[in-house]
Write a protein that binds this ligand. Structure first.
Ligand code: AMP
Length: 165
């Protein structure tokens, strides 16, 4: 399935697609599908039927790893409940292993969706990035505002409706 199909089915339209169709638009081959297939090597940390974890080739800090579903969804909103649960099950375990090895519990779990939000590889992935000190690891811009209560009430309602709609 080509990228043009994925683009055509992006945004609001994608929300309306049934599960089978949603996954069908996410089948493009990426560097990560090649790693899953064993066509490209990686420093593997963990693997089961649905999940693979390996070291990032461009670490932000030592121990920086990627956790990916084998299901080839491009962004998190397109991932099945089953694959999401499989990832959720192993993320804390991998954090514990990282903490044991680095001796520090300070770390960030990061997941980018779409190029504007810094996604480069079009296959869902979670970064686990140790934060050994103030200099190393992830730096985060956090331009916090203040939630207007009236707007918050309306926005939360719209989001609840989107979940059930
Ligand atoms: P993102 O910007 O969230 O899409 O991050 C993609 C990540 O994939 C980057 O941190 C890259 O360093 C990493 N990456 C790209 N190719 C490989 C590879 N062959 N093996 C391991 N990590 C990779």
């Amino acid at each position: 399935m080509g990228k043009s199909v994925a683009r055509a089915a992006s945004g609001r339209d994608r929300l309306r697609l049934g599960p089978a169709r949603r996954y069908a638009v996410s089948m493009a081959e990426t560097i990560f599908t090649k790693i899953i297939a064993g066509e490209i090597p990686c420093h593997k940390i963990y693997e089961d039927d649905q999940v693979l974890a390996f070291l990032d080739i461009g670490p932000v800090s030592a121990g920086h790893m990627l956790v990916i579903p084998k299901e080839p969804a491009v962004t998190l909103d397109a991932l099945s409940d089953e694959a999401s649960a499989a990832i959720g099950r192993v993320l804390p375990r991998l954090c514990r292993a990282l903490k044991m090895v680095t001796g520090s519990g300070a770390m960030n779990v990061l997941q980018n969706n779409e190029a504007l939000a810094h996604q480069v590889v079009e296959h869902v992935h979670f970064h686990i990035i140790p934060k050994p000190d103030g200099e190393q690891g992830l730096g985060v811009g956090w331009p916090a505002g203040e939630l207007d209560q009236e707007q918050g009430t309306a926005l939360a309602q719209r989001l609840r409706d989107a979940l059930t709609g």
